[in-house]
Design a protein. Structure first.
Length: 327
């Protein structure tokens, strides 16, 4: 059973008594049961760094416990202290005390970096909820590319963060995207091709035999004369996954600056369609629906972000072109 912390115990120090029933178990396994708000991998790191002790002594993750010892945990988190809060409007689709679900606009960078120290989603989140500064990456558990729009979930507490990271790792989060690609597909399918960093261009990812497992399921939503609107479902979550997979199967996403290649105009395209295609300067990719188990209640949470105006206009132009040619 756990032993409650005394009022004088620092916020970062937690203690618990290892139950007798845990005798013979590995220390990392026993610790995970005592402190379920932290992931197993994070606890293992703390054991190795000496932040998790057994009766005040450093032990290895695999060392067995006897039962009755005191496990102590000095919590050290990679907090988001270097980013400044900024009053950037956010479109919140769902929120409670545990999570935010928001609709990220195209053009908004998620994390601060060398080229984007301010004006990011992290800056906006810290303004809306300053307590997120105590969480890894300000509670962000997954990301969208700068010019991909759509739905994202953000944890507001450490237990919520641990739960969502675990759900993503076990592929229990449903992520559905709308993509508009070059070429008229005849059927849906699955792109199952490993992805890793491009061997020469460090800004890009690529399909590689020695890459990490990557699976994208896609089905036709609407077929145009020379383009297709697809519904894509991620089974894994690699960087640029849908963009890389669509280019790999020779149906690159419209407007993709990294993987789309030069602009391709359909034969006999109207001036209106040409203008829309030339002015569409970001990948036509929108994270449409996100579904996950609520980190506290376990109830399913399903949130959908409306298709943004630029993609609505793109689809309308493609639809008008197809109808005109059929007529």
């Amino acid at each position: 059973m756990t032993e409650p912390d005394s009022p004088d115990t620092p916020d970062t120090l937690r203690t618990a008594i290892v139950p007798a029933g845990a005798a013979g178990r590995r220390f990392d396994a026993a610790l995970a049961e005592l402190f379920p708000e932290f992931s197993r991998s994070r606890l293992t790191e703390w054991i190795k760094s000496g932040n998790a002790l057994l009766d005040g002594q450093t032990v290895r993750p695999r060392d067995p416990v006897r039962g009755g010892e005191t496990a102590s945990l000095d919590v050290v988190l990679d907090t988001q202290t270097h980013a400044e809060p900024e009053d950037i409007p956010l479109d919140i689709l769902y929120e409670d005390e545990h999570v935010f679900v928001l609709d990220k606009p195209a053009g908004l960078v998620v994390h601060p970096g060398a080229g984007n120290p301010t004006g990011t989603l992290v800056n906006a989140l810290l303004f809306r909820d300053p307590s997120l500064s105590a969480l890894p990456r300000a509670g962000i558990v997954h990301r969208l590319d700068k010019d991909t729009s759509g739905v994202m979930v953000v944890a507001r507490t450490l237990p919520a963060h641990t739960s969502l990271v675990a759900q993503l790792a076990s592929r229990d989060v449903h992520r559905q995207y709308l993509a508009v690609v070059v070429g008229a597909m005849v059927s849906g399918g699955t792109a199952n091709a490993p992805i890793d960093r491009h061997p020469r261009d460090r800004l890009k990812m690529a399909v590689r035999e020695d890459g990490r497992d990557a699976v994208t399921h896609y089905r036709l939503r609407e077929r145009f004369r020379a383009h297709t609107a697809l519904e894509c479902r991620l089974e894994t979550g690699r960087t640029h996954q849908i963009r890389v997979h669509m280019a790999h199967i020779k149906y690159p996403i419209i407007g993709d600056p990294l993987y789309g290649g030069p602009l391709r105009l359909p034969k006999g395209a109207s001036d209106e369609l040409i203008a829309v295609l030339r002015s569409f300067r970001r990948q036509a990719l929108h994270a449409e629906t996100l579904e996950f188990a609520h980190p506290v209640s376990g109830e399913p949470v399903r949130v959908t972000a409306p298709v943004p105006a630029d993609m609505v206009a793109l689809l309308a132009a493609l639809r008008a072109d197809s109808q005109a040619k059929r007529g």
